[in-house]
Design a protein around this ligand. Structure first.
Ligand code: ATP
Ligand code: MG
Length: 415
């Protein structure tokens, strides 16, 4: 199956004024600079291009020097690999000196700077990632990338097994790019080589795995690809635990327009609180990501043991204590499981809390209200508030002023 590629988009890309100015400055005399990789790929697919990487015959020092002379800000973001970020009118571009690998050990490569576009293309991972575009609109394809892109096929450049042994992260990248850009089954050679070299993933840094896995989880065809990973025995090692494919698929179907990798990870890999702790370490999660997984685990345990059906009132009580978003994710994940049982009106209520059309109820009393009513400051205040909050939850989380007043009076009468 082949689909037309959008060559017109390459012309539009080259008309962007910041990019044009950049390319004019860096194509001069004997020096040549081209757009490369993801920007060319995405333009041809008619997708939006947000990051533009360039590759050049110039050496890093010369890039810095020429950028300064042209009045562009230049930041040596990865100078040891030959990468400089050049900022034109606020827009950053990564410019990297042409490279060739001279030595690889499965995770790092020793690179030499070169002046050869063909060798630079051949050290890249997949044919669809190795296309380059000259300032004059010429598309350079040294590896058959255009045909693979038209066929929506992710294929290694050269022999898959050899390329994987140079850098085992390419196994993860193979599945990640397949999930985002391909149609049909994964390329058979790439799949077989990935399976055969699977053990190599264990030598990689957690940060590199994390980056690719989170991108994969949010990719267009994440569900099918995660299933392929499971079928071929990758998932247990990657997650260091069991996977809940059904929950993952339900959450992914639910958030398709706005995928959130962290929630998808929660649905896939979190069953109990301990999973959130393990994944934090395993995938070097940020505090915020970890907090989300832990909140998911907490609500999941709470709801899985709930035998009473959830109606709208129960949802109101739940969102008083838990973020509506987490609740929505847990309910999406467990839809179709025997517990919890959720009424339609409850699902509608949760949608309203999530999109903000119905405000989350906020407990209406403060310690100061009790003090004003004559309760002495001290531990009693906390106890009374906790008791009032229990009553408030049991009575439907009302937030109107008359209810708040009545609740306060009831509490004060007890003293
Ligand atoms: P994205 O839109 O996901 O950023 P991208 O194509 O820009 O897509 P990056 O991971 O940013 O992907 O890498 C930029 C380019 O560098 C790739 O297109 C590929 O040509 C090359 N590349 C990156 N990582 C590797 C690798 N591990 N092995 C070989 N080539 C790589
Ligand atoms: Mg990129």
């Amino acid at each position: 199956m082949t689909e037309a590629l959008n060559r017109q988009a390459l012309t539009s890309l080259l008309r962007r004024s910041e990019l044009r100015r950049l390319l004019e400055v860096f194509n001069d005399g004997d020096e040549e600079t081209r757009i490369v990789g993801g920007a060319v790929r995405n333009a041809l697919l008619g997708r939006s291009v947000t990051e533009v990487d360039c590759t050049t015959t110039m050496l890093p020092d010369a890039i810095m020097e020429r950028a300064r002379r042209a009045g562009f800000k230049a930041v040596p973001t990865g100078i040891e690999h030959g990468t400089i970020t050049v900022i034109v009118d606020g827009e950053p571009f990564e410019i990297t000196t042409l490279r060739e690998d001279v030595e690889t050990d499965g995770r790092h490569a020793v690179v030499h700077f070169g002046r050869d576009f063909v060798r630079d293309a051949k050290r890249r991972d997949f044919t669809i990632n190795a296309l380059s575009l000259g300032i004059d609109g010429q598309l350079y394809d040294y590896t058959g990338g255009e045909a693979d892109l038209a066929a929506r096929r992710v294929r290694f450049i050269g022999e898959a097994r050899i390329r994987i042994r140079e850098d085992y992260l390419r196994i993860m990248r193979f599945f990640r790019f397949h999930a985002e850009y391909a149609q049909g089954e994964p390329d058979a050679e790439g799949l077989a080589a990935s399976g055969a070299e699977r053990q190599g993933l264990t030598i990689l840094s957690k940060e590199r795995i994390r980056h690719e896995l989170l991108k994969l989880l949010a990719a267009k065809r994440a569900e099918e690809t995660i299933r392929t990973l499971a079928d071929h025995g990758f998932l247990t090692g990657l997650l260091d635990g069991v996977a809940e494919l059904g929950r993952f698929e339900r959450v992914a179907a639910d958030d398709r327009d706005n995928p959130v990798a962290t929630w998808r990870l929660a649905a896939l890999a979190v069953m109990v609180g301990e999973d959130a702790e393990r994944l934090r370490e395993q995938l070097r999660l940020s505090n915020d990501e970890h907090r989300k997984l832990a909140a998911y685990a907490g609500l999941l345990s709470l709801l899985k043991t709930r035998t009473l059906p959830l109606e709208a009132g129960a949802i109101r009580r739940l969102v008083a204590d838990h973020e509506p978003e987490v609740l929505g994710i847990v309910l999406a994940a467990t839809a179709g499981e025997p517990f919890p049982v959720v009424h339609d009106e409850a699902r509608e209520a949760i949608a309203r809390y999530r999109n903000g059309t119905e405000p989350v109820p906020v407990f209406p009393l403060r310690g100061a209200d009790l003090v004003e009513g004559g309760v002495p400051k001290g531990p009693m205040i906390g106890e009374m508030l906790a008791q009032a909050r229990q009553a408030w939850l049991a009575e439907g989380c009302r937030t109107d002023a008359s209810y708040a007043q009545e609740l306060l009076e009831r509490m004060l009468q007890q003293v």
